[in-house]
Design a protein around this ligand. Structure first.
Ligand code: ADP
Length: 391
């Protein structure tokens, strides 16, 4: 067993002597014998001690329990109590000071040794535990600091991403608007050229052909920009349903004029308006986007001299629309992506497009709480059925 430097605190000389002998027999060194608590504390101030044997009932101001409390606080040295009584009251008081062990007098040497070993073992374990605890606390502190740092970085990155997103949409909006004005003037110049070419110019056929080309390119660029602008707004959640009463005849006339202006395939459009009142209350801009995109597609994906039916019926304050073509159709297995941005079916061939039109249609239909269904297959034409509540 380990040889320890032990301080005995005992006011009874005979008991102190017996204890000293017993401990020395076990190779421990008795570094001092104190008769009072104060003496013991003075001793600990000046000497190195591994263990204190402490009588509970000491004379003087400090009894064994109070002295132990001070030792625990100031010196962190294990204490083994010596007590003559094992009554409940005393044991309770002893437990309150968390002693390393206690020995009830009279003791035998074996018992004494066991208690000392227990005290040293307990003290060692407590110190290890304390060390672990400290390390753990340090780790927790470090991890918390790391986490806070990571959190700060994440916040910064998110803020940057938000700023970049805003900047991107502002650039898209500005550039698109900037494009639109010159495009409009190019378009009207091309149209004027066509009118002049109708007169007696020797190259009038060539002028007409090229101005038509310019017009078509400008129109498709213009459509693309309109789509980009629309998504800029949609992504910023700025597409709202703004219903207002408007006249249906000028609305549909303008729509059909614009759509027919792009009718390269010379497709016939048959319209059928059933119970459509003179004026309706809805969001004319959203309705226009929906019809314009669907009708343009119907013409664009038709074969030469094909046929498109455009039917609008009003029932119970709801518009029922059918747009039917006998064109190239949409392959069944690709139809689940039909309303995704940039989707283009494999059978489009050289027909130009951005893959944005139908996703705009879908967004507008959602905003208007409408429904849209497609019946189509490759080579079998397409029919789009819509249901749009009004008001
Ligand atoms: P795009 O600019 O390519 O026409 P859309 O979003 O309007 O983009 O349409 C997406 C795709 O859906 C088209 O590329 C085409 O493959 C298919 N599609 C849409 N309408 C029709 C139609 N009426 N007939 C055949 N295919 C169509």
């Amino acid at each position: 067993m380990l040889a320890l430097r032990i301080l005995i605190t005992e006011d009874d000389n005979v008991s102190a002597l017996l204890l000293k002998k017993a401990l020395e027999k076990n190779n421990h060194e008795i570094v001092g014998v104190a008769a009072t608590g104060e003496e013991a504390l003075n001793f600990l101030d000046d000497s190195e001690v591994d263990l204190v044997m402490m009588d509970i009932n000491l004379g003087g101001d400090l009894d064994g329990i109070k002295t132990t409390e001070i030792i625990n606080e100031k010196y962190d040295i294990p204490v083994v109590y010596l007590t003559a009584s094992s009554d409940e009251d005393t044991l309770q008081k002893i437990a309150g000071t968390n002693p390393s062990a206690y020995v009830i007098k009279p003791f035998n040497i074996r018992e004494l040794n066991m208690m000392i070993e227990l005290a040293i073992f307990k003290d060692k374990k407590e110190k290890e535990l304390q060390k672990l605890n400290n390390e753990l606390e340090e780790k927790v502190k470090q991890r918390t600091a790391d986490l806070n740092e990571a959190n700060k970085e994440l916040k910064k990155a998110l803020e940057k991403e938000r700023e970049i997103g805003e900047l991107k949409s502002r650039i898209v909006q500005n550039v698109s608007h900037g494009f639109k004005t010159p495009l409009t003037s190019i378009l009207s110049s091309a149209q004027l050229l066509q009118i002049y070419a109708e007169k007696d110019h020797p190259f009038r056929q060539k002028i007409a052909k090229h101005s038509k080309k310019i017009e078509n390119s400008v129109r498709s660029l213009n459509n693309l920009l309109t789509s980009v602008l629309f998504f800029g707004k949609a992504d910023a959640n700025k597409i709202d349903y703004k219903p207002a009463r408007f006249f249906t005849t000028p609305f549909f006339n303008e729509l059909l004029d614009v759509v027919k202006a792009n009718n390269d395939n010379e497709v016939t459009i048959t319209t059928d308006f059933v119970n459509v009142p003179k004026s309706i209350k809805s969001d004319a801009e959203l309705l226009y986007q929906v019809f314009e995109n669907l009708l343009s597609n119907a013409l664009k994906y038709s074969k030469k001299n094909g046929h498109v039916d455009f039917k609008v019926e009003m029932k119970e304050n709801t518009l029922f629309i059918e747009i039917k073509d006998d064109g190239i159709g949409i392959p069944k297995k690709e139809q689940d992506q039909l309303f995704d941005r940039f989707f283009r079916a494999k059978n489009v061939g050289i027909t130009e497009g951005s893959g944005l039109g139908l996703s705009i249609v879908k967004k507008c239909m959602d905003v208007m709480h409408g429904e849209i269904e497609v019946e189509s297959d490759s080579g079998k034409g397409s029919t789009f059925n819509l249901k749009i509540p009004l008001g």
